[in-house]
Design a protein around this ligand. Sequence first.
Ligand code: AMP
Length: 522
Amino acid sequence: MSGILGIDLGTTNSAAAILEQGAPLVLPMSDGRYTLPSVVALREGHILVGEKAKRQSISNATNTVFAAKRLMGRSFADPQTQRAIDAMPFTCIGGLTGDVRILLGGKPLAVEEVSALVLATIRKAAEQHLDREIRRAVITCPAYFNDRQRQATRDAGAIAGLDVIQVVNEPTAAALAHGFHQGAERRVVVYDLGGGTFDVSVLKVGGGAVEVLATAGDAFLGGHDFDNRIFDWLVAELGAKHGVNVAEDPDVSQRLREAAEAAKIRLSDAPRTNIAIPFLTTLPNGDPLHLDATLDRTLYESLVSDLIERSVGLFRDTITAAGLTPADVQEVLMVGGMTFTPAVRARVQELVPCPPSAGVHPDLVVAVGAAVQAGLLTSDSSASVLVDVTPHNLGLLTVAGLAETVIPRNTRVPTKVQKRFATVSDGQQVVKLVVYQGDSRKIAQNEVLGEFFLEGLRPAPRGEVAVDVTFAIGVDGAVAVTALDVETGKAKEFRAVRGTAKPEGELAEMLTRHQQLLLTVV
Ligand code: AMP
């Protein structure tokens, strides 16, 4: 019995499990369901979390926060942040430190605080079910999360009063849930299609360890996009039949979206489904408009085939990035509610020779794995060794404003790489080193970790004076960069600050605010 809660803090839904007498127990939420929508709302002075928040989102769109994970540990200026915000009906602003603040009832909350409300709700449900206090947790995050995003996840746990023992990669957790760390060495691909995101990871498992060989993802590909395709089809059908644009009305849109998602889920079990909403809206002539449409699997699959192909493209690329071919893959693990979709399973099976794994519920497998890892952390025997790879390129900004990669993504850590650079102008005595993390050739699209200068170089024609730059990533993921003047042996070191480096007292302030918010949770 580890007493450590395993939590899958998801974009759309979250879940929790704990090891009881050596077996993982998935914990029910207060309404008896095994997953909690990662949704937080403010309504009439009260905070709602989970199902209650999701259910009222139609009538309270600007004060209902969902998919906060997309903003976790990101700066406000980050193009991914802006893209996520554009699709969200609630308002986000830039914080004092360049972070993202979400307006709830006009008050700015950090993304960590919103996630903390989800975590606190999970913690409370677990405590009620187990009838004991829970203080420690293992929380999962996507394998591509960078240091900042992982630290934000830890901070969210801390605000919820949890001591976060470890932040574990979601695919690693999925493999642990299947017991893949035990037994012979195998190559496993984790295909994770959730409500808002797609992640694919290639793992080497067995011999007590799980190693991430390669990972990739699309933060804007998930169940919502599939729902949207059905939604667009319904809007077009109604437009053609009745000459109205129902998408203009937010309430009608929300009801159509919910009907679209429900139809999508039914189509996983049935070849066709009826979508009916009586009195959807009123036509210009005053007549009521009743929606009554039939969608079959063939049409549905044609509406979403490009979305499935996008995931398949990344799936292939990631296997290649791991230095493998599809024939080398011995297991495919399906994670996320969307992998119930027959067309998704069929397409994946076309690519790899083995059948997609069954056994652990795709929606709960990550939480179960987090509980298994919590158990491994507390057991003194055969502790699992989790080996990681760098999720992003790390490098330097060149004079031309381009990003020069020093450590490419998917490199195993710990690692150390040295590159030689030369001066670029005559008489240059100082070099400025801008360290970035990210995968774009354009520096503006990457995250700058920091900058430093190496001074006192010998004035000489350009290209004559050499500077050796060494990038090192430690076991804990911390990045250190050293610049060495080869002629004089003079060196300067830069250490990337771990995490968000929140201004002093900010976390304490958030903790206090969290306690106040908790009082208003209904
Ligand atoms: P997750 O983020 O893993 O909880 O996945 C949630 C997504 O899975 C949502 O988009 C759901 O609509 C979708 N989903 C859940 N169950 C099914 C199902 N049986 N068939 C297809 N999609 C599903």
